[in-house]
Design a protein around this ligand. Structure first.
Ligand code: PHE
Length: 451
């Protein structure tokens, strides 16, 4: 039996987990949700949800991993045989997300190269993006490049691959984000955007905003998909879990906040104060922003730096997705890391192809207006993740009991400052609140009612 790999210290764990958490969700999704749902009021609610709900679930998941020393499937099963299915359910999520996330990672890589090669005017054209993703070969090649880069890092292992890469990429990511955020806030007309982003606006705030904040927070913190269980299993007992989780929260929320300062003012200045330009979904990143860069001084440089930072964020998230799957296969079938990584790479390549072709050759396959990629996203994020999150809370709250987790957190030095909040939240607040969100999001997806 091989001994389990470990992160060498708390910083290694925090940066790798933050690498997972900080991703595409922070950079394009968070800013536009905040802008749409009432600026400052949304930010405040998001922050409160992070330090309560997000904290509770992240503690539960990382402690489950560290206690059992196993990835998701094994961890749930080890604590209660009847709950092995929950581990399986959690593990299906990264299997679905990883391939399409890598397809988008491929698009980002392509854009970085486009900006580096100076084709900025071409990229600013409305048809550039739909034409590109509608091709057959191009996007698959970029997808493969992104996938291979991820595989190489995962193959190098926890300490030599994931930890090393995160220790370099995450600080670089912060610096680049700060650079663009400062630049963006100094453009003519940007201050209006800053105000729009930060000023609380109750008229845009509603129950729906809270639900949106909650959904975003789970996705953004990489919860309910076995990732934090796996990363927790690589953490040493002498590192304090609670303070590590607090640091990951600060990282994740901080970058999301800065991403808003980077994007909202620039888009505002560009569109002459028209906030609807922010709500373009994926088009925001791949269509609107290239136009914004094209219109600003030093746009090629800023655009290249922007896509580089998005690429770093996407890569560290993809690494965590792949690692979760690789580690499950290693635990389960007693395979070594290389073999397991090769299997996952081949499998994910095959699974990613339909998502990649879904905007061109397979465009005719769609469900309720969703492309294949959107369907994958919907199944994983809107259906499986909430179910896993709810069941995890019930499992910890009522089956193994919060004390099991509390004891694990206290292993380091006997302290757990937020013990009371954790024990209360996991039983009495989180599962029920999550269930409400789940029902309402399914209902609104089916068009039953709109809040
Ligand atoms: N947390 C990442 C983000 O904010 C997304 C992600 C989801 C990463 C699932 C890994 C797994 O973009």
């Amino acid at each position: 039996m091989q001994t389990r790999s470990n992160f060498s210290n708390k910083l290694g764990f925090v940066l790798a987990a933050a690498g997972s958490a900080v991703g595409l969700g922070n950079i394009w999704r968070f800013p536009y949700l905040a802008a749409k749902y009432g600026g400052g009021s949304f930010l405040l609610v998001y922050l409160i949800l992070t330090v309560t709900f997000g904290f509770t679930l992240m503690i539960a998941e990382t402690a489950l991993g560290r206690k059992t020393g196993l990835s998701a499937i094994g961890a749930f099963q080890a604590l209660d045989r009847r709950f092995g299915f929950l581990g399986i359910l959690a593990s299906i999520v990264p299997v679905i997300i990883f391939p399409y996330y890598s397809v988008i990672g491929g698009w980002v890589t392509k854009y970085l190269f486009t900006f580096l090669s100076g084709e900025i005017t071409a990229a600013a054209d409305n048809n550039y993006f739909p034409n590109f993703i509608g091709e057959t070969g191009g996007p698959i090649v970029w997808f493969s490049i992104f996938l291979l880069a991820t595989s190489v890092i995962v193959m190098l292992g926890v300490e030599k691959g994931i930890e090393k890469v995160s220790k370099v990429m995450m600080p670089v990511l912060i610096i680049l984000t700060l650079f663009i955020a400062v630049y963006s806030c100094t453009i003519d007309g940007a201050m209006e955007g800053v105000a729009y982003y930060l000023k609380p606006s109750l008229q845009h705030f509603s129950v729906k905003a809270i639900l949106a904040a909650m959904g975003q927070m789970f996705y953004s913190m990489s919860l309910a998909m076995g990732i934090m269980v796996t990363y927790g299993s690589y953490m040493k007992k002498e590192n304090h879990l609670e303070s590590a989780v607090r640091q990951i929260e600060i990282f994740d929320t901080g970058i999301a906040f800065l991403a808003g300062l980077m994007i909202v003012p620039a888009v505002f200045a560009f569109s002459g104060g028209d906030s609807s330009a922010l709500s373009a979904g994926p088009g925001l990143m791949f269509i609107t922003l290239p136009k914004v860069f094209n219109s600003m001084p030093m746009g090629q440089l800023v655009g290249a730096v922007f896509f580089l930072l998005v690429l770093l964020a996407a890569l560290t998230s993809a690494i965590s997705l792949m690692e979760t799957i690789v580690s499950i296969i290693m635990d389960r079938f007693h395979l070594n890391r290389t073999a397991s990584s090769l299997i996952v790479t081949a499998f994910s390549f095959a699974l990613g192809i339909p998502s990649s072709l879904g905007f061109g050759r397979l465009k005719h396959i769609s469900l309720g207006g969703m492309s294949i990629l959107d369907m994958m996203d919907f199944i994983s994020n809107s259906i499986l993740m909430p179910i896993v999150a709810i069941l995890t809370c019930l499992f910890v709250g009522f089956i193994i009991k919060p004390k099991t987790i509390v004891d694990e957190v206290k292993e380091t030095d006997g302290t757990f400052k937020s013990e009371k909040m954790f024990s209360f939240m996991i039983k009495w607040i989180a599962p029920w609140f999550l269930a409400a969100i789940f029902v309402s999001s399914i209902a609104s997806a089916l068009g039953i009612f709109a809040l």
